[in-house]
Design a binder for this molecule. Structure first.
Ligand code: SAM
Ligand code: SF4
Length: 579
């Protein structure tokens, strides 16, 4: 008899975070409960990422640590699921013979059954989709079963925020990227399914929904002879009662249609924020990456964005050290960061991935120290721009969706804590999602910004190596500049006992973690253009829109004060009323 305890570790992008939410929901439905102690779990799952080699190595290290755990737990089932499972399949058994099940991204719905079977038969199983070359496009697409059934409100970045997948897979085949292999052909979900899901998320208390797709602005779905594009989908979900903000990641530059920009302009709940990775500033490199656009095309797109949405923030991803990248080519990336003044950029050192065209055709010839130096140089230029553009907000009033206590608050830190300055200010302790620090310690992952931020953590049952909310793997050089803790001078420290990290999302943010009568604490929220704002306020503001006067800033964060009208309520210490 197994003990019903489940430990799950997640590496990768928002897609993986969402997949873990769904897998956990399915298993909890079968009576499982989460634990953050791997040693006490009879079911252990690793939801994996293959985008960079380092993410895979981390999983093998984690697997190595539990090599002998079945000696004490004969009922234990160990599963490797997600992208690495689809990519490496049986090969995982060679390196980790103690693994019982290998389940690809297209078979996640099978996990409850496969876990039961493995426990009953003690036979190893591989459940994966067809490789891209093993069948016609539609055969391969069918083998990637869509999986967005149950949702689990407790497994979210915060109770107010949820991801909704609108597309599966990718057909762009950028030469460096494994995603078309690990996630299969591009498929858009029907509008009606997405509308239903968003409505049900809103009924569960979600205020901000982030629509996910590898190239989300390429969304198209035809039903009853009617084609719906991303702009139509935004219209369809915009008026969902309860939803206050709609975001979508990640966009592909070539597919940025005017209809989408106009829809964003006309729909007030849609965030003024676009993550549109440029990847490189040199046309010759972009061509070898097979991105399908030039820097001039990208510039044209930026002009169209600025014309239609003058207040829209744009962020990017860059790869440094791609095969054959000369110093001159790299400097062109630097020039584009200067020219486009991105809100932030996620910067990755190129990692050669078996099965990709780049790996087949070119040598990974840029030495590691050169990649690192270029990474840091680009990051420095971006950081300078962040500081300048953040400073433009000082003195302005912004509207933020309050996510809840800052991470600093959640950690029970005081401003004198040494770690505070380098720690993420990300809001709710998403079950297992914690910002990771880059190899240089300069950037931490951004919980909302990009397609794929990675961070490795072992704090909570739902352990995520999370790279955005645009998720990026900082441990292998992916670095960004999107969050930092802000040592505000708080007069009131939170009670650490209620806020410690290992609470398994016990933090039900629908109620204040500090209790209903708690006084002001450091809260964090985001503007519609995805800027992080930290301010002092009553925890009950979580999940609401608040107006903040920006008084100061750091490279990563705006600091402000809540705009209040004071009410006279006898002795009550003054819950701010939003102006
Ligand atoms: N679909 C998104 C797009 O095209 O912008 C990106 C998805 S990818 C999972 C996230 C980011 O990882 C990419 O934007 C790219 O910068 C980075 N990336 C992908 N493959 C990589 C590789 N082999 N080495 C380094 N970075 C890589
Ligand atoms: Fe697709 Fe993005 Fe990978 Fe290109 S980088 S293949 S668009 S997932």
């Amino acid at each position: 008899m197994h003990n019903g305890k489940l430990f799950i570790e997640t590496v990768g992008c928002q897609m993986n975070v969402l997949d873990s939410e769904l897998v956990v929901a399915a298993l909890r439905n079968q009576g499982y409960s989460l634990t953050d102690q791997i040693g006490e779990a009879d079911t252990i799952l690793f939801n994996t990422c293959s985008v960079r080699e380092h993410a895979e190595q981390k999983i093998y290290s984690s697997l190595g640590r539990i090599k002998y755990s079945k000696r004490n737990r004969p009922e234990q089932v160990i599963g490797v699921i997600g992208c690495m499972a689809q990519k490496d399949q049986e090969k995982i058994f060679q390196r980790a013979p103690h693994v019982d099940i290998i389940v690809g991204t297209g078979q996640l719905g099978e996990i409850p059954r496969l876990v039961d079977e493995a426990r009953a038969t003690r036979k190893r199983t591989v459940a994966v989709s067809l490789d891209r070359k093993e069948g016609s496009r539609s055969e391969v697409a069918q083998s990637f079963e869509s999986y967005d059934p149950l949702r689990d409100p407790e497994m979210r970045p915060s109770p107010w925020q949820a991801y909704t997948r609108i597309m599966f897979g990718c057909d762009k085949f950028c030469t460096y990227c494994v995603v078309p292999m690990t996630r299969g052909p591009e498929q858009s979900r029907p509008v009606a399914d997405i509308v239903r899901e968003v409505q049900s998320l809103a009924n569960q208390g979600v205020r901000e929904v982030t629509l996910l797709g590898q190239t989300v602005n390429s969304y198209k779905h035809t039903a009853d002879g009617k084609l719906s594009r991303m702009s139509d989908l935004l219209v369809a979900i915009h008026d969902t009662p309860g939803i206050q903000r709609i975001k979508f990641v990640t966009n592909f530059p070539k597919d940025m249609g005017d209809d989408l920009l106009q829809a964003m302009r006309d729909l007030p709940k849609v965030a003024r924020y676009l993550h549109v990775p440029l990847q490189h500033g040199c046309n010759e490199v972009l061509k070898r990456m097979k991105r399908g656009y030039t820097v001039e095309d990208y510039r044209d797109m930026m002009h169209r964005i600025r014309e239609t949405l003058p207040d829209c923030a744009v962020s990017s991803d860059y790869i440094v050290g791609f095969c054959g990248e000369t110093e001159e080519a790299f400097q062109k990336s630097v020039e584009t960061v200067r020219e486009f003044r991105f809100k932030n950029s996620f910067i990755f050192k190129y990692s050669s991935r078996p099965g990709t065209k780049a790996d087949e055709m070119w040598k990974d010839d840029i030495p590691e120290d050169v990649k690192r130096r270029r990474n840091n140089e680009l990051l420095e230029v971006q950081n300078q721009i962040c500081e300048e553009t953040n400073a433009e907000f000082i003195g302005r009033r912004v509207e933020v969706l309050v996510e809840g206590p800052s991470k600093w608050t959640n950690k029970g830190m005081t401003r004198n804590d040494g770690r505070a300055a380098e720690d993420a200010n990300l809001a709710y302790p998403m079950p297992g999602v914690v910002g990771g620090v880059s190899d240089k310690g300069q950037g931490t992952s951004d919980k909302g910004g990009g397609a794929e931020q990675l961070a490795f953590t072992h704090l909570l049952p739902f352990t995520t190596h999370h790279s955005h909310d645009h998720d990026h793997d900082h441990d292998d050089g992916g670095s960004c500049n999107t969050d930092a803790i802000v040592p505000l001078d708080l007069s009131l420290n939170p009670q650490p006992s209620t806020l410690h990290d290992s609470a398994p999302l016990a933090l039900d943010a629908r109620t204040s973690p500090l209790g209903p009568s708690a006084g002001p604490i450091q809260l964090v929220g985001r503007t519609t253009c995805d800027r992080i704002v930290v301010f002092e306020g009553n925890p009950r503001l979580a999940g609401t829109l608040a107006h903040i006067e920006v008084t100061d800033c750091t490279q990563t964060t705006l600091l402000g004060e809540i705009v209040t009208q004071q009410i006279q309520h006898g002795s009550f210490p003054g819950l701010p009323i939003l102006a």
